[in-house]
Design a protein around this ligand. Structure first.
Ligand SMILES: O=C1O[C@H](COP(=O)(O)O)[C@@H](O)[C@H](O)[C@H]1O
Length: 261
């Protein structure tokens, strides 16, 4: 068997859907398949969600009888350092778009600690400790291995709260880090780091709309630019997928793959 140390990352798989409704439906099918494989193997499903435009793209999971909500363990790829009910909170966005509409046990959704908003170091350490508690020695090695991580990409190529030219792009030790100077408001955030993201079994970027077309071309056709979204390169045997609509895919020359489960 080839070990991950000797195996280069697999090339990203780009899937372009006719429109965002078809994407939403296919994304739900893909997530359900990932969930089934994880539950069959270890009795639970660990997933990390982004904020921004991503939560609304999860609507295909609502009223979906195949989703085993009591087996889900949900973490945040990144979170803005604001109260959990604040308009900028990624947890609030996910709650409004999804969790308020499905029977997920609230204890299985791991939020930042709202008591620690004034101390970024403590706040990110506390979130890292939750990951250590939930992952270490069970289904991980040096870094946690999420069953699925769902990412968004900003028009500047950022993903999670990992922004172009930021020192955190080179973080190779911590699982969770903080940002005090995000160029996109709000400035204070916590984020999973690249080694954590890149150890996931499956990673899906979701990008929709013509505003994402130019940056998607750069990320896929010229990954050597080193923009944050181009640094998502799952460690073998992890696989990276791009679920995009035609508008987002319009400028990329990168080969497209038909959707199949
Ligand atoms: O600030 C953030 O932005 C990214 C991208 O957002 P999108 O609205 O362009 O999809 C998002 O993935 C991240 O979670 C969020 O905190």
């Amino acid at each position: 068997m080839t070990s991950s140390a000797h195996h280069p990352p697999s090339a990203p798989i780009l899937i372009s859907f006719d429109n965002s409704d078809v994407l939403v439906d296919s994304l739900a099918q893909f997530i359900v398949k990932s969930q089934k494989e994880a539950i069959d193997k270890k009795g639970k499903f660990t997933v990390a969600l982004s904020g921004g435009s991503l939560p609304k793209m999860l609507r295909g999971l609502i009223d979906n009888p195949s989703v085993k909500w009591n087996k889900w363990h949900v973490f945040y790829v990144d979170e803005r350092v604001v109260p959990l009910d604040h308009a900028d909170s990624n947890h609030r966005a996910c709650t409004e778009a999804l969790f308020s509409k499905v029977p997920i046990p609230s204890d299985n959704v791991y939020t930042l600690d709202p008591e620690l908003l004034n101390d970024l170091e403590e706040l990110s350490d506390a979130y890292e400790k939750i990951l250590i508690r939930e992952f270490a020695q069970k289904d991980s090695a040096r870094f946690p291995i999420f069953d699925l991580i769902l990412l968004g990409m900003g028009p500047d190529g950022h993903t999670a709260s990992l922004f172009p030219n930021h020192e955190l792009l080179n973080e190779d030790d911590r699982w969770v880090a903080y940002v005090e100077d995000s160029p996109k408001p709000p400035p204070k955030r916590i984020t999973l780091t690249f080694p954590v993201i890149n150890h996931a079994s499956r990673i899906v970027f979701v990008a929709v709309g013509k505003e994402k077309a130019e940056i998607l071309k750069q990320i896929l056709d010229s990954p050597e630019t080193g923009l944050p979204s181009a640094r998502v390169k799952p460690v073998y045997p992890g696989q990276l997928y791009w679920f995009v609509d035609e508008a987002a895919a319009a400028k990329a020359d990168y080969p497209k793959t038909p959707f199949k489960l």
